[in-house]
Design a protein around this ligand. Structure first.
Ligand code: 6CS
Ligand code: FE
Length: 299
């Protein structure tokens, strides 16, 4: 169902058209999931490698030690304190509230998180899965504070990164690192295993400056009920729970979301998004202006 977009000199093929029709559609993924073949000596076991390819995510318990995480946890508290009273464009507040929901570009503004983004044990795994060197497309802390942390509705990150940031292919992944315990009851990440192999073309037209709304509560670029029900019917729903220091790698196109947190226990995670250097952002497929650099890094 790909369509050709006329732009400047040459037409550009859009393998994943979305938000161009009032009818949803589901198309097959046209890109590999993993971009290399497993060999002994890989930082992942063959079983882990296969699990990620098949399911679109991989949970690694206690990947970072308590000492490694201690620094990031104290940075987290300092940032939450600092921006509790101060506005900044890369700081997003909860919908209908003032609590800090997300802080973007932490790999740029904070030395400790910059080091984390370049962690060798982590990037060795990620570069193998993506089959190339990688760079940070986006980083953020999602605080999901106790009592007030609102949901992140179901979505494919790639649908947004393709339409609004011009990411050409599915050759990116997110790494979420638990900086607080992620229990089954305080709004942990939920994924639909296997959904990364299907692209849901969403309905509706992207509003201008959509990110000013979508990062608080996303209403465009989200799947229709029928498509979501079909994906869940095929793959079910897995809830990713894990203690501080555990990580989950998830493919750019896996359908995921998380519920509101009505417990006293915050579910604060730091997310690093790695994009292949072979998959640099182009012009947004929506035809609109690119989103700011703190959301989508452009070289
Ligand atoms: O628009 C984005 O890039 C962000 N939105 C969501 C819901 N997940 C990915 C990313 O943080
Ligand atoms: Fe997301």
């Amino acid at each position: 169902m790909s369509i050709n977009l006329a732009n400047s000199k040459k037409t550009r093929e859009d393998k994943y058209p979305s938000r161009i029709s009032d009818k949803p559609a589901i198309v097959e993924r046209a890109d590999p999931v993993v971009y290399s073949t497993w060999k002994s000596g890989s930082p992942l076991t063959q079983e882990q490698f296969r699990f990620y390819d098949r399911n679109g995510y991989l949970f690694l318990d206690q990947f970072f030690s308590g000492e490694e995480v201690a620094d990031w946890r104290s940075e987290l508290k300092k940032l939450q304190q600092h921006y509790g009273q101060r506005e900044a464009e890369h700081v997003i507040r909860e919908p209908g509230g003032t609590e800090v929901r997300s802080i973007f570009a932490v790999h740029e503004h904070n030395e400790r998180f910059k080091e984390l983004s370049a962690n060798k044990r982590l990037t060795a795994i990620i570069n193998e899965l993506l089959g190339s060197q990688t760079y940070i497309h986006q980083s953020r802390i999602n605080f999901k504070p106790g009592f007030t942390g609102k949901e992140f509705y179901w979505h494919s990150d790639f649908e947004t990164w393709h339409v609004e940031d011009g990411m050409p292919s599915m050759r990116a992944l997110s790494c979420s690192i638990a900086l607080e315990d992620n229990f089954h009851f305080n709004g942990p990440l939920m994924v639909v295993p296997g959904s990364h192999k299907k692209f849901v073309s969403c309905v509706g037209q992207t509003p201008d400056d959509h990110f000013k709304q979508s990062l608080r509560r996303q209403e465009y670029g989200v799947p229709d009920d029928g498509s979501l029900a079909r994906l869940v019917g095929e793959g079910g729903i897995e809830t990713i729970v894990g203690g501080i220091g555990s990580i989950v790698l998830f493919d750019c196109n896996i359908m995921h979301g998380s519920n509101s947190n009505i417990t006293p226990l915050p579910r604060s995670n730091v997310f690093m998004v790695y994009n292949s250097v072979e998959n640099a952002l182009e012009k947004p497929y929506s035809g609109q202006a690119p989103r700011p650099n703190y959301i989508a890094a452009r070289g």
